[in-house]
Design a binder for this molecule. Structure first.
Ligand code: HEC
Length: 177
């Protein structure tokens, strides 16, 4: 009986704390105020593990296909580069203003890419899943609502190459169509 009362008290306390946090307005939602390290870590871990789990069974097609690469380049330039930048560009209004900040996909970044688990396809799977479904409460849209899987794989193929492209090569690969 004593345990039961204690449990009720704890639940009431948790609900009370949640309600206070929600209704008092003490949480700052401004995009120009970063999260505390703890909240940042919490959100980042949650996001990374969620993506990894959701993407783990996705089958990766041949991403070396030249046609796929060209198709992805044009889409990237029009739909993604304003946030994710391009070779020779280090910032944009979007990349500076959004929080969480969109990663610069034109520079190589092996973080959370799955390499540490010895499965290099995991990075492609994760990217496909993120592009298709987007990420809640961030600026990353779900492109799968308006684009089929083939076009999304084309962008995955393109961003795989992107960090190796010079500004001139980027220009050529994104100019078609
Ligand atoms: C309005 C800005 C915006 C646009 C446009 C946008 N993204 Fe994003 N994207 C983001 C943000 C912000 C994140 C990071 C979200 C987070 O950290 O939770 C992100 C994350 C990603 C990631 C995950 C990267 C990683 O390593 O974690 C990929 C891949 C990605 N975007 C690809 C694309 C592609 C491809 C397009 C174009 C079809 C695109 N994005 C368009 C804002 C944008």
């Amino acid at each position: 009986m004593k345990i039961f009362k204690l449990l009720l008290l704890l639940i009431a306390l948790a609900l009370g704390t949640t309600a206070t946090v929600m209704y008092s307005g003490i949480v700052n939602v401004a995009a120009d105020e970063p999260h505390s390290d703890f909240v940042y870590w919490l959100l980042e871990e949650t996001r990374n593990n969620s993506i990894k789990k959701a993407a783990q069974h996705i089958e990766v097609p041949n991403l070396e296909d030249a046609e796929l690469l060209l198709m992805g380049g044009a889409d990237y330039e029009f739909m993604c580069s304003s946030c994710h930048l391009k070779p020779g560009q280090s910032e944009s209004d979007m990349s500076l203003g959004l929080y969480p900040a969109p990663p610069n996909l034109a520079v190589s970044n092996d973080e959370h890419k799955g390499h540490e688990h010895g499965d290099e396809n995991q990075a492609d799977r994760n990217n496909f899943w993120v592009i298709k479904h987007g990420i809640k409460a961030s600026g990353m849209p779900a492109w799968g609502k308006t684009h089929d899987d083939q076009r999304i794989w084309a962008m995955v193929a393109f961003i795989k190459r992107l960090p190796t492209l010079s500004p001139e090569q980027y220009q050529i690969l994104t100019a078609v169509e």
